[in-house]
Write a protein that binds this ligand. Structure first.
Ligand SMILES: *[C@@H]1O[C@H](CO)[C@@H](O)[C@H](O)[C@H]1NC(C)=O
Ligand SMILES: *[C@@H]1O[C@H](CO)[C@@H](O)[C@H](O)[C@H]1NC(C)=O
Ligand SMILES: *[C@@H]1O[C@H](CO)[C@@H](O)[C@H](O)[C@H]1NC(C)=O
Ligand SMILES: *[C@@H]1O[C@H](CO)[C@@H](O)[C@H](O)[C@H]1NC(C)=O
Length: 522
C-alpha cells in the first residue's frame, strides 16, 4: 500500500499558497519554507484524503519509506477543543523550577512545568536549565530558546515572567523567597493542587528542584496533554541562529535529494552508562569503566544480560546490517547526528564500507564555519533540527525523554515522518545467531522484526511508550472523525482564544495577591 505524500510538500503548503515560479524559484521557496514551516507550525492547515489506517505490511517498500506514513485522515492539532479559559487574573503565586539533565530531558521538564503552572493557577517563572555537565554549557533557557516566542505562544495558557518581581510597599521593596520543594517522581496532579499549592499560598512562590519526570506522563485529561504538545511542538523554538544553522545544513543535504538521519549514540557517556563493554578492547573497557565509576551509580552490569533486554546501544556495524537487510543500498545518503564516536574509525569502518555516503555537520560544510558554532548544546540542538527534518530518522538507543524519544514524538507530530525504530530486544537473538556463524536467513529475520514496527505512523501508545514519544491521539485530530473526541477544532480557534483573552481583564503579571502583600509587613 502506498503511503500518502503527507510530508514536506503538504507541510509547506500555506493556506493561500501560491504557485512557484520555475524550478529554481521553487527551490528557493522550498529552502525558505524549511525554516518557515517549523516557525509556523500553527499554520499547519492541510487537507488530507483519508485512507485506511494502519496498513498491514508483508514486505518493506523503500519507496514508501522515503515518504511519510499513511495518516488515515489524522493531522497534528494541539489547540483546545473544549472550553479553555485564559489564565487567571489573580495568580496563586510563582512557580520556579530547575530542570536537570540534558537538552531533551529538560525539554519534557519544561512541558511539565507549564502544565503544573496551569493546574495551580500560578505564574510560571522562566524555567531554569541546569548547566549541562557533559557539554559544560551554561547558556540556559535564554541561550537556547526564543524566550519572546515562548511567552507569546503560551499566552492563552499561562502567565510567564522572566523572574519573580519584587514587591514594593510603603516605599520598601522585598524579594519573595521561593519555598524549596522536591516533588515525588511522576507526581500526580493532586500533589500539585494540594501540597505544592498550599506551600505556594503560604510563601508566595515555590521552587521545585530537581525537576525532571516530576509530573505523571499519563494524565486522563486530553486538554492538559494538548497543552504539553503546544509547549513541546509550538512554544519551544530554538533561537534564530540555531534555526539558521540547521536550515543551512538541511538545505545542503536536501539539494542532493532525500537523506536519512541516524542518531548514532555510540558515545562514551552512553556506552559507560549502558555498561556494554565486552565488544571493546581492554584499554577501551578501562576508559568506559572509569567514566562509569566517576559519573554513575554503582551497578553490576553483565553484557549478555544487558544486550538481551535491549539495553545496549547498537554498534555502527549493526546499524549498517539492519539498513542493508531492509534493502537500502550503498548510495543512501546518511547524516550522522552524534557527538564524538567512541573507539574511532575501527568501529565506524564496517558501517562506512556498507554506506560510504556519510555526512555530519562538519562534512556538510566545507568552510569549517559550522563546526565552530555547533559545539555543546547548540550542536545538539542543530542535530535535533536536522533529524526532525530528515526524510527518515533512525535512533540507535532510546530511553526516557532522551534525544531519540523526543524526536520520534516530534516527527510523529510533524506529519508522521518515517522513523526506523530498531527493536533492539527483538534483534539481539538475530545478531547473536549471525555472530555464531548462522548468517543465512539473517536479512530475512531482520526484516521480520522491522515489519513489526510502525515506521512512524499513527499508533496506539502502549506502556512503556511515553506520551513524549507518542502523543497520538490527544494531539491529533481526524477528518472525517470517527470519534467525537477526535474532531478538529473550529477554524477560528485562535480568534476565539484571543477574544476570551481580551474579554478578561488586562493581565498584570505583577499584580500581587493580597496574602503576598501582607508578607511584606512582617
Ligand atoms: C484555577 O482557576 C479556575 C478558574 O478560574 C478554577 O476553576 C480552579 O479551581 C482554579 N484552580 C486552583 C488550583 O486554584
Ligand atoms: C556500491 O556498490 C557497487 C557494487 O555493488 C559498486 O560498484 C559501487 O561503486 C558502490 N558505490 C559506492 C558509492 O560505493
Ligand atoms: C564528521 O565526519 C568526519 C569524516 O568522516 C570526521 O573526521 C569528523 O570527526 C566527524 N565530525 C563529528 C563532529 O563527528
Ligand atoms: C467562530 O466561528 C463560529 C462559527 O463559525 C462563530 O459562531 C463564532 O462567533 C466565531 N468566533 C469568533 C471569536 O470569531
Amino acid at each position: 500500500m502506498r503511503r500518502h505524500g503527507y510530508r514536506y510538500s503538504h507541510l509547506l503548503k500555506q493556506p493561500n499558497g501560491g504557485a512557484g515560479g520555475g524550478v529554481k524559484g521553487m527551490f528557493v521557496k522550498l529552502a525558505i519554507a524549511v525554516i518557515v514551516l517549523v516557525i509556523c507550525m500553527l499554520s499547519l492547515v492541510t487537507t488530507l484524503k483519508s485512507s485506511t489506517f494502519s496498513p498491514s505490511r508483508s514486505e518493506i517498500n523503500l519507496e514508501t519509506l522515503w515518504e511519510s506514513s499513511a495518516s488515515g485522515g489524522w493531522r497534528p492539532s494541539s489547540d483546545p477543543r473544549s472550553d479553555w479559559p485564559p489564565p487567571p487574573k489573580k495568580t496563586n503565586g510563582y512557580l520556579r523550577v530547575r530542570c536537570n539533565g540534558g537538552l531533551n530531558q529538560q525539554r519534557s521538564a519544561i512541558c511539565n512545568a507549564v502544565l503544573a503552572a496551569r493546574i495551580m493557577n500560578a505564574t510560571l517563572v522562566l524555567p531554569e536549565l541546569d548547566a549541562n555537565s557533559f557539554w559544560h554549557d551554561d547558556s540556559g533557557f535564554q541561550g537556547i530558546y526564543d524566550v519572546e516566542h515562548f511567552i507569546r505562544t503560551l499566552r492563552y495558557d499561562v502567565n510567564i515572567v522572566e523572574r519573580i518581581p519584587e514587591i514594593s510597599k510603603n516605599g520598601k521593596t522585598r524579594k519573595i523567597k521561593a519555598f524549596k520543594l522536591e516533588p515525588p517522581r511522576d507526581a500526580p496532579i493532586s500533589w500539585y493542587t494540594s501540597k505544592a499549592l498550599e506551600k505556594m499560598k503560604e510563601h508566595g512562590a515555590i521552587y521545585l528542584t530537581p525537576f525532571s519526570h516530576r509530573l505523571a506522563e499519563e494524565i486522563d485529561n486530553p486538554e492538559y496533554q494538548r497543552l504539553r504538545c503546544r509547549v513541546n511542538y509550538h512554544a519551544l523554538r530554538f533561537k534564530p541562529h540555531i534555526m539558521e544553522l540547521s536550515k543551512s545544513i538541511v538545505d545542503r543535504l536536501r539539494a542532493r535529494g532525500h537523506f536519512m538521519a541516524i542518531h548514532l549514540r555510540f558515545e562514551m557517556d552512553m556506552l559507560a552508562f549502558a555498561g556494554c563493554y565486552d565488544i571493546f578492547a581492554t584499554k577501551e573497557q578501562e576508559i568506559l569503566k572509569e567514566y562509569r565509576k566517576v559519573n554513575f551509580a554503582k551497578k553490576k552490569l553483565v553484557y549478555e544480560e544487558r544486550r538481551a533486554i535491549g539495553k545496549c546501544p547498537l554498534t555502527p556495524e549493526e546499524v549498517g546490517l539492519i539498513l542493508r537487510a531492509m534493502g537500502f543500498d550503498n548510495t543512501t545518503r546518511i547524516y550522522i547526528a552524534s557527538g564524538e564516536l567512541f573507539g574511532g574509525e575501527r568501529y565506524m569502518a564496517p558501517f562506512r564500507s556498507m554506506f560510504p555516503r556519510l555526512e555530519n555537520h562538519t562534512t556538510v560544510d566545507n568552510t569549517g564555519e559550522l563546526a565552530k558554532s555547533t559545539r555543546g548544546l547548540v550542536g545538539a540542538a542543530v542535530d535535533y533540527m536536522v533529524c526532525l527534518l530528515a526524510d527518515i530518522f533512525m535512533p540507535t538507543y532510546d530511553g526516557p525523554s532522551n534525544f531519540a524519544n523526543n524526536l520520534m514524538g516530534h516527527r510523529l507530530y510533524y506529519g508522521f515522518r518515517t522513523t526506523i525504530w530498531p527493536d533492539r530486544k527483538a534483534l539481539t537473538p538475530v545478531f547473536i545467531a549471525r555472530e555464531n556463524g548462522r548468517a543465512s536467513g539473517f536479512d530475512e529475520a531482520v526484516r521480520r522484526v522491522m515489519l513489526n514496527t510502525n515506521f512512524g505512523g499513527p499508533h496506539k501508545r502502549i506502556r512503556p511508550e511515553s506520551f513524549y514519544t507518542n502523543s497520538w491521539p490527544e494531539c491529533f485530530c481526524q477528518t472525517p472523525a470517527q470519534n467525537p473526541a477526535d474532531v478538529c477544532p473550529p477554524k477560528n480557534i485562535s480568534e476565539i482564544l484571543e477574544s476570551r483573552l481580551q474579554g478578561s481583564e488586562i493581565i498584570d503579571d505583577r499584580s500581587i495577591p493580597s496574602y503576598l502583600a501582607s508578607l511584606t509587613d512582617k
